[in-house]
Design a protein around this ligand. Structure first.
Ligand SMILES: [Zn+2]
Length: 65
């Protein structure tokens, strides 16, 4: 698995959460993206591939709060 490609995917999704991003592992499916709130200032962005099951999560700061 390519860590750098996951970082790139996270950057694309940071700019546009609805962006269609191909799975960095298999390159055949688009990632399912789901955010869950962690606390008042952070949320976690879950990125999962429905095809190969690859998963990565990023802890993000909530902007503007
Ligand atoms: Zn995949």
């Amino acid at each position: 698995m390519s860590k750098e490609l996951w970082v790139d995917a996270g950057k694309i999704l940071a700019g546009d959460p609805k962006a269609v991003v191909k799975c960095p592992d298999c390159g055949e499916a688009t990632l399912d993206v789901h955010d869950s709130k962690v606390d008042a200032t952070h949320f976690e962005r879950h990125m999962r591939c429905p095809k190969c099951g690859a998963y990565n999560g990023l802890l993000k700061r909530i902007e503007g709060e």
